[in-house]
Design a binder for this molecule. Structure first.
Ligand code: AMP
Length: 299
């Protein structure tokens, strides 16, 4: 595995791999690698002849008072993990080479969805994310890019950016990797105290409750929201940020669940803020199936 801090070198390495006939599979991360990242790399390894991983803790997606300076950084260990996962190149740019002029003045506007949910709690977050992802995708060039469903809002915004800006990359979504008790793997989990770690599966419990209600036929999104909030509220050390039920295609808040929907939750455990989400099980009612088939007949 080649390790480089140079953007030019990274671009050239990916470009050479393409010239030699490989599909370039790119996995952008902020490091402190865990099995969630591992799943992304494994998917890239399966589908692509050449796998590129980047590690960059992007300062402009962290707000004032957020955990940029305390975000876990462990390059030596990450580099060994990346090599063992079968990465071909590890790109670890320095901040001054990514942003030679400091904070960029030309940035990617995430649009209205960038202001909601995570964007409301973390103003400017998605502008920072999309700007750095655009830069990284431009460097890796044509190929596939792998993102986790763990950060579902980020994933949908990256998809929209790639589509709206005609970035020549196929975005591939990878399911959430969880601990045995349901807690989604996250680089931030290492910062949880023992007590916080014990409480943190409340997030997945809340999502499971929403999924069970949906599976049982509950269509009132407010009932799901209330039950999710109640589960988080039952955990004294958890501080709820938001629960949401959105249409999985439009990401509009739902009143009634009438199609694929997503449940999302964010909460603070001490100084650590965690997020999670699941796609809700949904089956069209017999009446809806009938309508769909007659719709099809009309086409
Ligand atoms: P991060 O290093 O946290 O910025 O994450 C880099 C990529 O890994 C993003 O696309 C995340 O969505 C993905 N990722 C992080 N945690 C998980 C997980 N538990 N399961 C699946 N993907 C994940």
């Amino acid at each position: 595995m080649e390790l480089t801090t140079s953007a030019d070198r990274f671009r050239a390495t990916c470009s050479t791999a393409r010239q030699e006939g490989s599909i370039v599979g790119f996995v952008p991360t902020m490091g402190a690698l865990h099995q969630g990242h591992g799943r992304l790399v494994a998917a890239a390894r399966r589908e692509c002849g050449f796998v590129a991983l980047s590690i960059f803790v992007n300062p402009f997606q962290f707000g004032a008072g957020e955990d940029f300076s305390s975000y876990p950084r462990r390059l030596e260990q990450d580099s060994a993990v990346a090599a063992s996962l079968g990465c071909d190149v590890l790109f670890v740019p320095e901040e001054r080479s990514m942003y030679p002029q400091g904070r960029p003045t030309v940035t990617v506007d995430p649009g209205p969805l960038g202001e909601r949910l995570e964007g409301r709690s973390r103003p400017g977050h998605f502008r920072g994310v999309l700007t750095v992802v655009a830069k990284l995708l431009n460097l890796a060039g044509h190929g596939r890019a792998y993102f986790g469903e763990k950060d579902a809002q980020q994933l949908v915004l990256v998809r929209r950016m790639v589509e709206d800006l005609d970035i020549p990359v196929e975005v591939v979504a990878v399911p959430v990797v969880r601990e045995i008790d349901g807690l989604a793997l996250s680089s931030r989990n290492v910062r949880l105290s023992m007590q916080e770690r014990e409480a943190a599966p409340a997030l997945f419990d809340a999502l499971t409750i929403a999924a069970q209600l949906a599976r049982a036929g509950e269509r009132d999104a407010n009932v799901l929201r209330a039950q999710m909030a109640r589960r988080i509220g039952a955990e004294p050390i958890a501080k709820l940020d938001y629960v949401a039920i959105v249409d999985d295609a439009t990401w509009e808040d739902l009143v009634t669940i009438e199609g694929p929907a997503r449940a999302l939750v964010a909460a603070r455990f001490g100084s650590t803020r965690l997020i999670d989400n699941v796609l809700l099980p949904w089956e069209p009612s017999p009446a809806a199936v009938q309508n769909t088939s007659s719709d099809e007949e009309r086409r």
